[in-house]
Design a protein around this ligand. Structure first.
Ligand SMILES: *Cc1c(COP(=O)(O)O)cnc(C)c1O
Length: 377
């Protein structure tokens, strides 16, 4: 294949990342923790309304710690957005608890506040409230927190914001990651900024941050020797990776701008095609445009999303179906779900298009041309 592969959302590194990484390397401070970790946390804090930030080895680790700190344990239930990546739900099971899935609303693809309220009411009637609610900011758009938080407050159930895909987005003017009792970010390789692998726990309450640090560093009690009265984890971020993260964070706003421009390009070029629509955007916030997602009405378009995906693949262009909802996953088939049709539809017809920030207009045009060609066939 002669045309270079166009990936969905590849890492995009710059000279600052390289400089900071080498600086960390040359300082020999390569082990976990160190000055770049502290600085990365401080610089992130400035971007998320001054919340306490704990740098971790992954977003999944952040969700695990957040759930554990809220007391989630064996046989508890945790309500989780169904339309998401499995990492939103997996940590619930690490603690022996059970996820209960809530469908998305059609207007944003995020957790439907009406379904959440219904499920909480049903749980209350049954006499067993969930221990927590995990709300995902899908594809870089914040969920409707005014309504979701009100529903949770009524039953005093804490909310965890899975903002793994949403760094740089806002809701009612406030940054993603700041809405729940705790928020979680991811710096996995395909996210809007990356440290190759990494994550961050955000907490308003300093006690949660302190406890997260303790648990993430093998739960060492204060003593000159190794003393343990709790089970801990090895979940902290390395100083080398934090150096990369600092460089990435300094260009976050530029990255968001480019992703939004990519989305605008696709809208301009594809919106008028019959049977093509875009992931619905709420007016209550500004997304970070992490991935541009289209939906295909196969009857109107004349082909389904899988035909488009295969046509793109043939041209060496990576695209992906929308997340397969958790309530359709074999591993969660025993779990309860409320609603499901919106997620089913998004999965059946949704396709994520290449959205990387190093793409040129020529790259974007390649994608558009293939989709147009499939339609003309
Ligand atoms: C990427 C992602 C995660 C997990 O983050 P990792 O850093 O890869 O562990 C969790 N939730 C969602 C919605 C994600 O997209």
């Amino acid at each position: 294949m002669t045309t270079p592969r166009l990936y969905l959302s590849p890492p995009h590194m710059g000279p600052d990342e390289r400089r900071l990484l080498l600086e960390a390397f040359d300082s020999n401070w390569v082990a976990p923790l160190g000055p770049h970790v502290d600085a990365f946390e401080k610089e992130m804090s400035a971007k998320v309304s001054g919340l306490h930030c704990v740098a971790l080895s992954s977003g999944t680790a952040g969700l695990h710690l957040a759930l554990q700190m809220l007391g989630v344990s064996r046989d508890d239930e945790v309500l989780v957005s169904s339309l998401t990546f499995a990492a939103s739900a997996n940590p619930v099971t690490y603690l022996g608890a059970k996820p209960v899935f809530i469908d998305a609303e059609a207007s944003s693809w995020n957790m439907d506040p009406v379904l959440l309220a219904e499920e909480l009411e049903a749980c209350a009637k049954r006499g067993k409230l969930p221990r927590a609610v995990v709300v995902v900011d899908l594809y870089g758009q914040c969920a409707d927190y005014d309504v979701l938080l009100a529903a949770c407050a009524k039953y005093q159930v804490p909310l965890i914001e899975d903002a793994a895909e949403a760094l740089g987005a806002t809701y009612q003017g406030k940054p993603a990651g700041t809405f729940g009792a705790m928020g979680v970010l991811s710096f996995n390789g395909n996210k809007i900024i990356t440290t190759s692998g990494g994550g961050m726990l955000l907490a308003r309450d300093e006690a949660f941050a302190t406890k997260a640090r303790f648990l993430a560093q093998q739960a060492r009690d204060p003593a000159p020797h190794y003393e343990h009265s709790h089970i801990g984890y090895n979940y902290r971020l390395s100083n080398l990776l934090a150096a990369v993260g600092r460089g990435q964070l300094s260009v976050l706003e530029e990255r968001v701008k480019v992703r939004r421009a990519t989305n605008a390009f696709y809208r301009q070029a594809l919106s008028e095609l019959p049977g093509v629509a875009f992931m619905p955007l709420s007016k209550k916030g500004e997304w970070n445009a992490w991935l541009s997602v289209i939906t295909i009405d196969p009857k109107v378009f004349g082909a389904d999303r899988e035909t488009i995906r295969l046509a793109l693949e043939k041209e060496n262009i990576e695209s992906r179906p929308v997340w397969k909802p958790m309530h359709l996953q074999p591993v969660f088939k025993e779990c309860r779900v409320r609603g499901g049709r919106v997620g089913d539809q998004a999965f059946a017809n949704g396709l994520c298009l290449p959205s990387g920030t190093a793409m040129t207009d020529g790259d974007r045009q390649r994608v558009v041309d293939v989709i147009r060609r499939v339609q003309r066939r």
